[in-house]
Structure formats: structure tokens, C-alpha cells
Design a protein around this ligand. Sequence first.
Ligand SMILES: [Zn+2]
Length: 329
Amino acid sequence: MVKVSAGHGIEIDLDGIRIGLDDHDGNGVDYVFVSHAHGDHLRKVSRNLPAICSEETAMLAAAKGVDLKIASLPGIELFPSGHILGSMALRVGHSLLYTGDVCDRSRGPIRGFDPPKVETIIIESTFGFEEFRFPKLEDVLGVAKDCIDDCFRKDIPVVVMGYALGKAQQLEFLLDEFRPSYVHPLLAKYDDIYRLFGIGIREKVNVDEACRMKLLEKKPWIIFAPCRSGRSSFNLYFKKRFGARFMAFSGWACDKRYKDAMGVDEAFPLSDHCDFDGLLRTVKRSRAKRVFTTHGFSRELAEHLRKIGYDAQPLVRDQRTLHRYLRED
Ligand SMILES: [Zn+2]
């Protein structure tokens, strides 16, 4: 019998063994599952309990100062979820699939999620709202590359920004043709781990070093940096000192207000999550009959799924108990 509840976080009870899913504080569970190493999945996670996660996630978490003791359990399988290096979905027998953060589109070195068949799926819903439909990767990249080319022709340097872990490495891989390129130190430590697992991200001089060696005096260049507001001190320095243009990459760029809110020159809709259609595709391909949605637009996605015939409901994390029990085949 598999039981799902949402008290201290989402929990699965597998024949008496309790597993806390993502950012679980460990209260009352025997194991924690860490789907991937993004901060919002690690913030509260118990460091004392055995952690079901990939080796990549354990290394990336260690780089953030979170030590995870890797464990495995019979009846539990992990499937690459296509979000970032090492991100995994968890399947319990053939009955339940928890996606964690998920993306069904292949992007550069990361392959899109291929969901296994299950009875019930717990799916993230960060972009589970109809307005979030991402253009094709090639189209986004084509426009972004034209934009950088245009800057380079005018000797204008460019700062490319994305989440420090995952998005930034994608961008470094996909925009490798623009040189010379430099990397923010925060990204460099994750780049090293990506390389360790065979992802060909070229080594670069770090920005601090490039400043010291006065390499940035010779324009144009490209810097890969974490996603920060155009008004942050790091960005203002490069804007004032070198006249750099700032380009941000995020799924939120689908919302026209994102560019101004971030204070950047350009914003491109590139995400490591499924868009609305991708979430529907993932549910359909999993052949699940029951759906729980979590994070982001969980209510909206569940409502849409109900309209098209699924037994779907949002899984609210602060909910004390869930009256629904899930039975294994
Ligand atoms: Zn994530």
C-alpha cells in the first residue's frame, strides 16, 4: 500500500517506510528523496536521514554545503527528469510517479523526460497555466544569437544570465561559439561538476581573474552570470564600465513584464521546466489515471486536467492529511 500525505512536506508511506519528498525536514520519515540540487529543494532537507538521490545531485548539493548520505530502497526506481544535471523522478513500484521539477524537451546535453507508465502521478506545475507556452528552443536560440551577433559587430560586450545551476550551464553549452567568454565564479563550481559527468562545457577564465588581468578592456566579450537584476551592483558595474548589454533567459520571460521587472535589455523564454503543454503531454504519456499537482499553478493545472477528464487535485503542502489513499496494483 502506498499512501501520500502532505504535512511537513509531501510524504509517501510505502508499507510502513516513510519517505519525505524534496525539501522535507525529516520529521517523522525514514528517508528523504531529493529530486535535484536546486536551493528550494534543499533548504530544509534533513541531513541526518539517508537520502534517495543521484550521485550528481549529492555532488552539487555538497558544492552548496549540504551533505547528503545516498541511499536506495527496493521498489523505488529513479528516472532522469530532464530538468538539470542529476535531476530524477521517483517511481514507487508501478503505482506512483513523483516528477520533481521536470522538462520533457531535450536541451543541449540534457535529454527530455520520458515518463514511465504509472497509475498515479504527482507532477510539478510551475508553469501549469495556459499563458505559459514556450517557443521552440531553436527559435529562441536563433533570436538570441542574432542579438549577440549584432552586439559583437558593434563591439558591445554581453552579459548572459540564467539560474546559476542548470540554466547557466545550458547557456554556456549552447552559446559556446561566442568568444572570448568568461564565467562568474558561482557558475564555475557547478561547471566543474558538469564536466566531471561528461558534459562538455569549455573551461573559461573567471570574471574576477579577467578583471585583474585587464582582459575585459578588449571588447567585445561575453560573460555567463547568475540571474540578477540589471540594477544589482555587479551588473551596474559592467554596464557603466564597459557598456555591456544584459540578456536574461527564463521561462518567466513569457510574461512581457519580466524584462522590465528584471531591468535587463533582452529577455528570452528558455526554461528547464515543462511548459503548460509539456505538463499535459507528460501526464498523458505516463498513462496515469489520477493526478496530483504541486508547486506553482497547482490549482489551475488540476482544474484544467479535471476539465479534460482526469481525476486531478492540487497537493497543498500545508494540508494536514489527504483523505485519498493510493493502492498499489
Ligand atoms: Zn529546480
